[in-house]
Design a protein around this ligand. Structure first.
Ligand code: PEP
Ligand code: MG
Length: 843
């Protein structure tokens, strides 16, 4: 077929595919096209053809326009889970249809209530033979109206190299809840993309090419059915393993966490009136006053087809070189978190897979811009499949890089696209790290985002630059007119819109006082920390990079209480060598200039998967191979890491810390390996060894553990998660996941008591250590050392210097007697010395 005309199958609003809140569609993993936000409730045939696939759940249909040319329409998102409820099919599989024939009717109200989105992707899967020459987007469309036009592509697709290698066969029972439907099919196809292999799936006498998602879907494989996988080619073993892992998962193939971390704020909103207060999530603490400066997001229109392979390839290289040069220039002047972001962008920009994907798309006739966007989309989709909330930062980086290269292709730079007036409060739906770096941070009074997450890179950057920021303020934010006076209170999580002169004046006074206080605190932070009555408390920093170490020292850190080594090598595709690790640890030790450096062994698994160490599929990764369990499972990696740490000089500077300990046997097993590693490198001096107290088991076994180790470090993030049985990444439980819960405090208290009895130190390195309300309580419970995020150190040191140990103890006793985290917070917010209306705990 040389061309294909598709008519609109639905009455609705035609929308770019990128807006579909599902990475599989938005990343074009299944095919290219667009989405329709339906206003009508019957899906019609977009062209003449045959019904190639119609699942029992009737939520999607594939029309075969010609051999190798399929049109997939998927009504709403995540609608497979409705099990057919609300859908009526007017056709059957195999039936011939004419353009405009009704295919499926659906209950629009039911879908609006039950599906996360009604957006209906309409995709063409054309084996690379066709490319899109016209698509009607961003406006209403009627059934039967022209929607897309495709025509013959000049280049042929790149196929998997075949070598005549042996065929490997494996039988796999499909455990996916809804069988092999659209998303798992796309994941299978994606998993095979970079492999040199040909794979066929066989079931019930039928077979399908596993590289073709639509072909897989036509098999109609259900849960608990057995499929035979036949793989031929150099990477056949790898392919079988990848497919077995994908198909035998019991949970749905893409978890909720795989949704865009910062879904676009699309809901229309009432304009905000004067005096209104919007609530958001604090991303960077502080208060700011200034006029609203809405950031107009540049809409970059991208042409699908290119002007020839040579020209588009040259364009892409030119744009990437321009971005690289600008990033390197900025990196020269950047420090701390900004430098980290720029480094991450440089690494991603050079990523060979990303470049190869883009060049391959150019080879198929795409323009440089469209090829780059597609390649980034695929990488984002792959990352989101990992379902790791921390991967959100990498997704932000990729989105940012997409924007930077597209701007460069258009001959612009991020700074020119995002200039705002001095002293303004920036308002935007989302902000990219490069946009923030491109702005004059000194001139920016504050940042308000309608969407966004508190742990995104932009939030980290804002915090590092000391710019108050609120995120997740909702769509109403975007209705605020330029110049409207605002008070951004990123202590209380509120944005006051046009609040009147009295409020503005009061806020200005508060800001001036806070600025003076910060200057004082930073000066004082260089001294060692003591309570008001002279008790020595060490305040150290949590680090994830060399840049963090430099920032920490400037903020008065007395050392590092936790180096999260898993974050040092996150971008890698293969495990870092022993020499690389040693070099990185040594650089951080040097940056700390003799201050103690606590190096935690790799804490991977759970919510921290790592690309170079694929873990077995687990139903409940947070309760599976994590932390020390993973290290003892892969003792070869542990031994390498131990040798690298033991070799850091001077010998006494480093301490070793073990994550996720639950009993003494784990400590003894590691001790033996430390002894062997020391012998291996010829070290005779002992190294201080500590364990993380982050499981209830370790807190309850603290007496026994104290006999085995030199110190404890309480990880309140995990201790809270495991004590309260609440996932630390769960968005709905976030407000209740509070380490000040009395149950958590009791575990910390008994840990510190056991340590003291054995003459051991207790540190806290979880998030609670950086919380000004929590720090005095922790000290009162018997903790000697706090390890904080670097920017929090001056405030924590000042705070501890203003309170006596006795006051901390009184506060801790009162906290232990409360019955909820809210009550502890209310108590902790009272002035020092106040015991509240509660009786202290009986001694
Ligand atoms: C913790 O659990 O509190 C901790 C410090 O470890 P991480 O946040 O790296 O899991
Ligand atoms: Mg932890």
């Amino acid at each position: 077929m040389s061309e294909l005309v598709l008519l609109s199958p639905l009455h609705g609003w035609s929308t770019p595919l990128e807006e579909v809140p599902d990475p599989v569609f938005a990343g074009r993993m299944l095919g290219d096209g667009l989405a329709i936000d339906p206003l009508g409730s019957t899906l019609h045939a977009p062209c003449d053809g045959q019904v190639a696939a119609l699942p029992e759940t009737r939520h999607a249909v594939t029309i075969r326009a010609a051999p190798g040319l399929d049109i997939l329409m998927h009504i709403g998102i995540d609608t497979v889970g409705l099990g057919g409820e609300g859908f009526v099919a007017h056709v059957a599989a195999g039936q011939t249809v004419r353009a405009g024939d009704p295919l499926i009717s659906f209950d629009l109200d039911l879908l609006a209530r039950r599906a996360p989105s009604l957006l209906t992707p309409v995709l063409t899967i054309a084996d690379g033979a066709l490319h899109l020459v016209r698509r009607i987007e961003g406006r209403p469309v009627q059934v039967g109206e022209l929607l897309m036009e495709w025509s013959n592509a000049s280049a042929s697709p790149v196929g998997p190299p075949q070598t005549g290698a042996e065929t490997r066969v494996r039988i796999v029972r499909v455990a996916l809840e809804h069988g092999i439907h659209a998303r798992p099919a796309a994941q299978v196809a994606t998993a095979l993309k970079s492999l040199r292999v040909e794979v066929q799936l066989h079931i019930r006498g039928r077979s399908a090419d596993a590289r073709s998602a639509t072909s897989l879907m036509t098999l109609g494989v259900h849960r608990d059915e057995e499929v035979e996988i036949r793989a031929t080619g150099a990477d056949s073993q790898q392919a079988l393993e990848a497919l077995e892992a994908l198909l035998s998962r019991r949970a749905p193939a893409v978890r909720a966490a795989a949704r865009p971390a910062h879904a676009a704020v699309t809901a229309p909103a009432e304009p905000v009136r004067a005096g209104a207060v919007l609530s958001g999530v604090v991303a960077s603490r502080g208060v700011a006053v200034g006029p609203a400066a809405p950031l107009q997001r540049r809409v970059l229109v991208v042409a699908e087809s290119g002007a020839g392979i040579e020209q588009e390839t040259a364009e892409l290289h030119r744009a990437c070189a321009a971005v690289r040069e600008r990033l390197e220039r900025s990196l020269g002047a950047a420090r701390g978190a900004a430098a980290q972001v720029l480094e991450a962008h440089l690494v991603l920009l050079e990523d060979p897979q990303l470049q190869a994907r883009a060049l391959e798309a150019i080879g198929r006739g795409r323009s440089a811009a469209s090829a780059w966007r597609g390649a980034i989309g695929e990488s984002i989709a792959a990352l989101r499949e990992l379902g790791d909330s921390r991967m959100g930062e990498r997704v932000d980086d990729l989105t940012d890089l997409e924007h930077q290269v597209l701007l460069a292709l258009a001959g612009e730079s991020p700074a020119s696209a995002a200039a705002i007036a001095t002293g303004s409060i920036l308002i935007a739906e989302e902000l990219l790290p490069s946009q923030l770096i491109g702005l004059d941070a000194e001139a920016l009074a504050g940042i308000c985002l309608a969407a966004g997450g508190a742990t995104s890179h932009v939030s980290i950057l804002a915090a590092a630059a000391g710019i108050p920021a609120l995120v997740a303020l909702g769509p109403a934010l975007l209705t605020i007119a330029a110049g409207t006076p605002l008070i951004l209170d990123a202590e209380d999580g509120q944005l006051r819109v046009d609040p009147g002169e009295t409020h503005l004046e009061r806020a200005r006074r508060q800001i001036a006082q806070a600025a003076e206080q910060r200057v004082r605190e930073r000066e004082l932070a260089q001294r060692e920390c003591r309570t008001a009555d002279g008790v020595r408390i060490e305040v150290l920093a949590n680090l994830g990079s060399l840049a963090d170490a430099e920032l920490a020292v400037r903020n008065g850190a007395e050392g590092c209480g936790l180096l999260r080594t898993e974050f040092l090598f996150l971008e890698r595709r293969e495990a870092p060598s022993e020499a690389e690790q040693q070099c990185e640890y040594q650089r951080i030790a040097a940056a700390l200039a003799g201050r103690p450096l606590t190096i935690r062994t790799l804490d991977i698994g759970g919510d921290k998967p790592i690309p170079y160490l694929p873990l077995p599929v687990e139903d409940n990764p947070a309760l599976g191979l994590r932390g020390i369990r993973t290290s003892l499972w892969r003792a070869d990696l542990l031994d390498q890491q131990l040798r690298a740490v033991l070799a850091v000089e001077p010998l006494g500077q480093c301490r070793l810390l073990l994550p996720m300990i639950t009993d003494v046997a784990e400590v003894r097993a590691v001790r033996e390996r430390i002894a062997a590693a020391s012998r291996h490198i010829g070290r005779s001096a002992a190294i201080e060894l500590g364990v993380m107290i982050e499981t209830p088991a370790s807190a309850l076994m603290a007496e026994a553990l104290a006999r085995e180790v030199d110190f404890f470090s309480v990880g309140t993030n995990d201790l809270t998660q495991y004590t309260l049985a609440m996932d630390r990444g769960h968005p709905q439980l976030a407000a209740r996941l509070d380490g000040l819960h009395p149950a958590v405090l009791r575990l910390i208290g008994r840990t510190a008591q056991a340590a003291r009895a054995a003459g051991r130190r207790t540190a806290v390195c979880g998030g609670l250590a950086s919380d000004p309300l929590a720090a005095p309580i922790l000290i009162g419970l018997g903790v000697h050392e706090l390890s904080c995020v670097p920017v929090a150190i001056p405030r924590i040191k000042t705070l501890l210097g203003s309170i006596t140990l006795e006051q901390c103890r009184t506060r801790a006793e009162a906290a232990l007697a409360q019955d909820s985290a809210e009550a502890v917070r209310a108590l902790a917010a009272m002035p020092a010395g106040h015991r509240g209306a509660v009786a202290p705990l009986e001694a």
